[in-house]
Design a protein. Structure first.
Length: 256
């Protein structure tokens, strides 16, 4: 997955359980009270892996988009190590891509590097004040649908190059009711259309996160931030993932 052209997958012990490789945003590891360790059994990647008898390699961070999936594939050695062992890969991103980002995404990502700390606090407070007030514009989004799909396709093609037998599952964006984004998600329909075209062209199945989590996110059981889910939603997402994965893989991780 690096720039090298001589990559060959190392041998894998046949007695080792397959790995569910999940490249995702914070929806994969946040619960109703905040972020959780990767081994928390209640998050959907672990629910899925438990049902399949697999292990999980979850590579995820808050705010990740489809572009970050590509960067993880090409830059993170944990991902390189997981690919030969993987029974399937899930691209669990797209929600952030479609959220309104009237201030440049690069600005948000670079705030942590502002020095001195007093200035960093001023910049962060200014960003947090402006973001919800400008979000009702609905535009631009964090990553335009055309770019989201381009990065996902680059990632899929790279995986297919080294593991042509490896099943890949994508996701449609979740829904939210977050004041931080002005309760606006007007970028979602265009993102969904682009992702469905990509799915149709490539055969990559899509799990509709919005359908799975809508009831939970609109209830009092979700995270108060209005973005992250409660446990009912993690279970629903796991069920939806399993519905797509089970027909495509066997217990030993081979393509069905």
């Amino acid at each position: 997955m690096t720039s090298s052209d001589d990559y060959s997958a190392p041998p894998v012990d046949e007695g080792t359980p397959p790995v569910l490789l999940v490249l995702a945003d914070s929806l994969s590891y946040y619960g109703p009270k905040g972020g959780l360790p990767v081994d928390d059994p209640r998050i959907w990647p672990n629910l899925v892996a438990s049902e399949l008898g697999w292990t999980v390699e979850l590579v995820a961070r808050i705010g990740w988009t489809s572009r970050d999936v590509w960067w993880a594939l090409t830059q993170d050695p944990r991902v390189w190590a997981a690919i030969p062992k993987a029974g399937a890969v899930v691209f669990g991103v797209g929600g952030m891509d479609s959220l309104p980002s009237p201030l440049p995404t690069a600005l948000r990502e670079q705030i942590r590097y502002v020095r001195p700390p007093a200035l960093r606090r001023i910049v962060r407070n200014g960003y947090q004040w402006a973001q919800p007030r400008l979000s009702p514009l609905g535009w631009p989004v964090a990553l335009p649908p055309k770019l989201s799909v381009e990065y996902l396709e680059k990632s899929r093609a790279a995986l297919a190059y080294v593991r042509p037998d490896l099943p890949v599952v994508g996701t449609l964006p979740s829904v939210h009711r977050s004041d931080a984004y002005g309760n606006v998600h007007t970028g979602r329909p265009a993102a969904e259309r682009a992702l469905r075209r990509w799915s149709s062209d490539t055969g990559v199945p899509l799990v509709d996160l919005a359908e799975a989590v809508r009831a939970n996110i609109m209830s009092n059981n979700a995270n108060p931030d209005g973005i992250h889910w409660g446990w009912d939603a993690h279970v629903a997402v796991a069920d939806a993932m399993l519905a797509e994965l089970r027909p495509r893989v066997s217990a030993d991780g081979q393509q069905a």
